[in-house]
Design a binder for this molecule. Sequence first.
Ligand code: GTP
Ligand code: SPV
Ligand code: MN
Length: 583
Amino acid sequence: MTTKLPALQEWVNSVARLTQPDDIYWCTGTDTEYAQLIEQMTADGTLRPLNQDGYPNCHLHLSNPTDVARVEHLTFICTKSEEEAGPNNNWMSPEAAHAKMDTLFEGAMRGRTLYVIPYCMGPIDSPYSRCGVEITDSAYVVANMKLMTRMGSAALLRIEKEGKFVKGLHSTGDLDPERRFIMHFPEELSIQSIGSGYGGNALLGKKCHALRIASYQARTEGWLAEHMLIVGVESPDGQTHYIACALPSACGKTNLAMLIPPESMPGWKIWTLGDDIAWLHLDDEGQLRAINPESGYFGVVPGTNEKTNKNAFDMIHHDTIFTNVARTADNKPWWEGKNIGEPAYDWQGKEYDSANGPAAHPNSRFTVAATNNPSYSELCEAPEGVPISALVFGGRRATVTPLVYEAKDWQHGVFIGASVGSKLTAAAVGEVGKIRRDPMAMLPFCGYNFGDYWEHWLSFEQRTNTLPKIFGVNWFRQDEDGNFLWPGFGENLRVLRWIIDRCENRVGATATPIGYLPEEDAIDTRDLDISAETMRVLTSVDVEHWTTENAHFAEYLDGYGKHVPQALREQQQRVARELEELQ
Ligand code: GTP
Ligand code: SPV
Ligand code: MN
């Protein structure tokens, strides 16, 4: 197969000339094609079939041990001006980046097949969706893209009609970290990635396109591309509120998006729209609406069990690709926190020995189609998306940040999002556990200067007077012994319920310098083993620590110089002033 679109055909031809593959294959996206790819990867050892009794159509892939997570230090935004990329990004000039990448891609696909993957981020018939084409030499990438995006013939038809698409070029190269780069050219709507076959480095529709390139496009087109889950919360009276929530990598988006309501909340239902990325648009009535550009999940495996996340646990028992988990003696996947079975082989395929660290890699992942999820919402395919009632920002903080708090207005909400700090996780290569600022959970994913990005967020206030309320959350407060103060997971619905009550003006709240906090007993703790004192700690302002935190944020803002919106400065100063009055 080829294409009727000359720009696409010429690009594929030019890439083939540069990379010199043995074959070129245009993906159609059928189930038969997927089955053939799985069969081929099983034959060549890329995949190992797992125990079909209990894990039908599940396979295990073990990646190169040097290639297990996103590599932020090797990820670049290549705009003409460095200032446009901002201090939040690594920058390289487009000329230098192209020269480097052309050399690395030269002959990179010799002996391999070049796969052409046309894909559509978002429902095929949605005006909010955007298309791309990924060229890759990895069959594993093709299979993952099939589970996670709308890819193949239908996407190609839309691309041929629109004539516009993001060009993503990927090769696993030789997996040498010295020759690994993930380059973005937002002005050219293109991405080039070499030297990694893992997750966000290689599945270019995800972080590279749907966040970095899309956020850049969204600024000029008046919308937002965010690192947010989208969840529908149906109350017993049948009303559903949609909430979009940004949490940094490995801080609970997938879990929140498909939580199981606690027994003390009968009649409540959860509908999953998305677990990682939301594209937010104002409709003609000024209502903020969200679509999920993806159609599958690339989720963290460790910690997933029947208690923490039963929906995820069930959905990864069939038609799943596991990457870097351990195996039991009877060939079932195993991970820390599974609570069933024992590891016999670790994530590198070696006989398990606890002296070598965890059996499953902390960033081991599952790939599944969203339709596997028991709480899948049919509205995932709605071209108009879902109306958003509340926007939520959070992080992983052992101290300081309360369980939940509400912004006083839009500007304050943008300030809350911009000032998020979080502990680093294994989702990216780096110092796990260190706290860093991660505004809107977008630090690794915003395709342009954060200062301009905050200004763009603030500008929505001028365009409508029906914007959703904004909240901050933190599921991760700990005591001195490291025990979590809040039970989390399904119990987080108790917090979402307060958020909805606030959106509907059904409950009061306590005004503080950092926002509105729940009144005593406003968060229902029925059936929970949690003391009134712990709840007080979780829902009050730690004035001393918050003062330090707020001062740190002022220093952080300084790094963005003249790009910092005045409104953010004013919010920071207001919070400082009001905190001081309390001391
Ligand atoms: P990315 O896919 O990297 O963007 O991560 P994510 O934000 O979707 O995080 P995910 O839901 O996969 O959770 C990451 C880890 O946090 C897992 O090990 C979870 O078990 C754990 N976790 C999720 N929610 C909670 C919670 O409410 N409380 C606690 N204590 N842990 C949680
Ligand atoms: C994240 O790191 O936020 C992820 C995993 O969702 S990856 O797809 O590798 O970016
Ligand atoms: Mn993510």
